[in-house]
Write a protein that binds this ligand. Structure first.
Ligand SMILES: [Zn+2]
Length: 96
């Protein structure tokens, strides 16, 4: 079981209170009509699958219901840090 730190509640809570919400830091194309179908398909369907630190969005669905980002090691499941949606990762090594 993971203990996840919610940056809004400022508490460590059980994983069961949270919902995974996909990869973090995905930018929607500024003008979807101006890009190719392939680029649009890549934006919609393709995600990274790294074997090191991955940046993910989580929702504190049974708590404050806020979305936030998690930098998590995909091999060990160790959470390196959590941070608010509007923030960048604090640990320089894991910034994208
Ligand atoms: Zn919370």
């Amino acid at each position: 079981m993971l203990l996840i730190y919610c940056p809004y509640c400022k508490q460590y809570r059980d994983e069961e209170e949270f919902s995974y919400a996909g990869e973090a830091h995905i930018k929607r194309p500024q003008n979807p009509l101006a890009i190719s179908d392939e680029s649009w398909g890549n934006y919609l369907f393709f995600r990274k699958n790294p074997s090191d630190v991955h940046h993910e969005m989580w929702n504190h669905s049974s708590g404050c219901r806020q979305f936030f980002n998690v930098a998590r090691d995909m091999i060990t499941y160790e959470i390196k840090e959590t941070y608010c949606i509007s923030e960048s990762p604090k640990i320089e090594k894991y910034k994208k």
